[in-house]
Design a protein around this ligand. Structure first.
Ligand SMILES: Nc1ncnc2c1ncn2[C@@H]1O[C@H](COP(=O)(O)OP(=O)(O)OP(=O)(O)O)[C@@H](O)[C@H]1O
Ligand SMILES: [Mg+2]
Length: 379
């Protein structure tokens, strides 16, 4: 084992370093090209493929770190411009604090509208960003100040706004137009917008009636290459004194259609239950899947609690089918006792809005493969 710094190399949910990150070389180079040429970018891809990971990997590149200040916010759980300002302010402060630069020190004077929220640390006497949401009283003013501040930085800034489609749901109606104007006025601050709600993101950037129309380069994210991921996983097992059958990794890839989060979850567990010096084989697949699905069970129960009886029936029918391309056909309705096609249509709409189902060109699918598995086991 020697120098391995983390106990399980199949990292889930955070970015550690490129040692545990598979490929994405082309995508990283693509982002670099965009920022080096002063272009804003939007990454639109299905959930759990690795959008956030890619942005963090990109920000971790040494030449990017050297030449830019980078800031990352995930606005998935925000509903208002105030919350947006709060996250952005906090992210900027967090990045700048350790730098002790002149520009960093000016944060408190430049962003006047948030100043009442700053406190002084009683031990060190240094200002701390301890504002509550309530301190963001004039979010539009704060946005102006924050952007002006970024523009005055000693290096160009890159701001990544993850789950960007969320701004379409903000309580305030004009946020899209406001941010479009603000981002357009920036001369040395670049933006990466990313999001998984394809429909909303596409509308934002590709629809002529929308403020962000044609204002950014949009890019898609594909699943990692199968052979590349297989080699990545084999090598990580080896680095830790374990082995794995290559065909097992290929099976994992196929089961989850190359969607990164699901593969990493399973590989993480396969790694955990493989004894050092041993080879991980097919016999461990089922136990690993069971263990992983079990850890998610309580959240699946919550998901079901929030569905109507009809939505549940439709969800179960689609989970059993895996990919359902003809959900409104007489046969599908009858086989699954689903009632009328109009009521199924209404249920589908709700399930899509709740992100429980996704719709691809192949048909409807339960977006969470583990949830689908759990349903097939239990219903
Ligand atoms: N290239 C990669 N190599 C290894 N692990 C990765 C890679 N990309 C992403 N991951 C891991 O896969 C998981 C999903 O990635 P990530 O969170 O970046 O996806 P996402 O597209 O942002 O998902 P969501 O739609 O849920 O926001 C994370 O746990 C992340 O650590
Ligand atoms: Mg993400």
């Amino acid at each position: 084992m020697g120098n391995n710094t983390i106990s399980n190399p199949f990292v889930v949910g955070k970015y550690v370093s490129e040692a545990y990150f598979c490929d994405r070389e082309q995508e990283t180079a693509f982002l670099k090209k965009q920022v080096d040429n002063g272009r804003n970018t939007a990454i639109i891809a299905a959930r759990r493929l690795g959008k956030s990971g890619l942005i963090q990997h990109f920000f971790a590149q040494s030449d990017i770190k050297k030449r830019y200040h980078t800031f990352y916010i995930d606005i998935y759980s925000t509903n208002t411009l105030s919350e947006f300002v709060f996250l952005l302010g906090k992210a900027i402060y967090k990045e700048l604090k350790p730098l002790h630069s002149q520009w960093g020190e000016r944060f408190f004077t430049a962003i006047k509208s948030l100043r009442p929220g700053f406190k002084l640390d009683s031990m060190t006497g240094e200002p701390i960003f301890d504002i509550g949401l309530g301190s963001v009283e004039q979010p539009q003013t704060s946005i102006d100040e924050i952007f002006a501040y970024l523009e005055a930085a000693d290096k160009p800034c890159i701001v990544a706004i993850d789950e960007f489609q969320q701004i379409a749901n903000y309580a305030e109606k004009n946020v899209e137009a406001l941010l479009r104007t603000k981002t357009q006025q920036c001369k040395q601050t670049l933006f990466i917008f990313s999001g998984s709600r394809r429909h909303l993101m596409t509308q934002m950037f590709h629809s002529p009636s929308k403020p962000f129309y044609q204002s950014v380069i949009t890019t898609d994210l594909k699943p990692l290459d199968k052979a590349v991921y297989t080699n990545f996983a084999i090598q990580l097992f080896k680095d830790y004194g374990k082995n794995i059958e290559p065909e097992l990794i290929e099976k994992v890839y196929d089961e989850f259609e190359g969607v990164t989060w699901f593969m990493q979850m399973i590989l993480n567990e396969l790694f955990a239950i493989t004894v050092e010096g041993q080879t991980c084989g097919f016999d461990l697949y089922e136990p690993a899947l069971k263990n992983v699905v079990q850890t998610q069970e309580s959240s699946y129960k919550d998901t079901l609690l929030n569905l109507s009886a009809r939505q549940k029936s439709v969800l179960f029918a689609i989970a059993k089918e895996r990919i359902a391309d003809n959900v409104l056909s007489g046969k599908f309705l009858k086989d699954n006792n689903l009632g009328t096609s109009s009521s199924v249509q209404a249920a589908l709409k709700g399930l899509l809005e709740k992100d429980v189902l996704t719709r691809t060109e192949k048909g409807y699918q339960v977006y969470d493969y583990f949830l689908a598995e759990w349903i097939r086991w239990n219903y």
